[in-house]
Design a protein around this ligand. Structure first.
Ligand code: PGA
Length: 263
């Protein structure tokens, strides 16, 4: 069975002190839960990934340490390693800081910063080169859904992100399907809808890569108003390897409940 994945996307919600406190609280709560000692995360086949803002990565990295069984992820990176790119962050530096994952193409960046499919593609390439695991976010807006082009949008985002990228045996990617219109709304889509879309994503991945590579190296997860109450209905789906959690990852108790619901 594939490892399940829970990703906490803290977005720009927490400053240095809050990020430190929340990571400490999550660790403490996980340690005190019955049957949930951190060393068991490995046995339980669960990867927990915390994604704070850039300025708080070092501190959260220090708190998690490599042994805690919880991993660090960044919320974005640039497509070059270094150079005249004011304000950008190198994927190599993120790797050196202790990041194992990086979120790319989140809908908030596509909308607010006009990130295009091509930019996401370049970032995916750079992240893989830096030995980071890209978490590629794809999803349709409500308008695209109403126009009946949802499947096309998803396939286009997916193909653009990955065309020409070969995955070697060690490289992994995570595809996060996040319907934009339910993000932060408190109302997730139904598990059936997620299953339908994940099957489409899986098929496209099988068109792109050998089946064995897809099974071992590619995970498909769901994001959009995931909570402790609905998480199980998503991770129980055959095609869903985990969840990307925004709002519900900002409170230690709720987030740990989500983790526990999965194992
Ligand atoms: P949400 O955010 O869980 O608050 O809907 C998910 C995301 O944007 O990644």
């Amino acid at each position: 069975m594939k490892r399940k994945i829970i990703i906490a996307n803290w977005k720009m919600n927490l400053g240095f002190k809050e990020s430190k406190t929340l990571s400490e609280k999550i660790l403490k709560k996980l340690k005190t839960r019955p049957n949930f000692f951190l060393r068991n995360l490995k046995i339980k086949k669960l990867d927990i990934i915390l994604c704070p803002s850039f300025t708080n990565l070092s501190e959260v990295s220090r708190i998690l340490k490599s042994k805690s069984g919880i991993f660090l992820g960044a919320q974005d990176c640039f497509w070059e390693d270094h150079g005249e790119f004011t304000g950008e962050i190198s994927p190599v530096w993120l790797k050196n800081l202790g990041c194992r994952y990086v979120i790319l193409g989140h809908s908030e960046r596509r909308k607010n910063l006009k990130e295009t499919n091509n930019m996401v593609h370049q970032k995916v390439k750079a992240a893989l080169k830096a030995e980071l695991i890209p978490i590629i976010c794809i999803g349709e807006t409500l308008e695209e859904r109403r126009r009946g082009i949802k499947d096309y949008v998803i396939l286009d985002q997916l193909s653009s992100a990955l065309t020409g990228i070969d995955l070697d045996l060690k490289q992994k990617i995570i595809i996060a399907y996040e319907p934009v219109w339910v993000i932060g709304s408190g109302r997730a889509i139904t598990p059936n809808e997620a299953e339908y879309m994940n099957k489409i994503i899986l098929q496209r991945m099988i068109d792109f890569y050998p089946l064995e590579r897809v099974k071992k190296n590619i995970s498909i997860i769901y994001g959009g108003s995931v909570s402790a109450d609905n998480v199980k209905s998503f991770v129980d789906l055959e095609t869903t390897d985990g969840v990307l959690v925004g709002g519900s990852s900002l409170k230690a108790a709720e987030f740990v409940k989500i983790c526990q619901a999965i194992i």
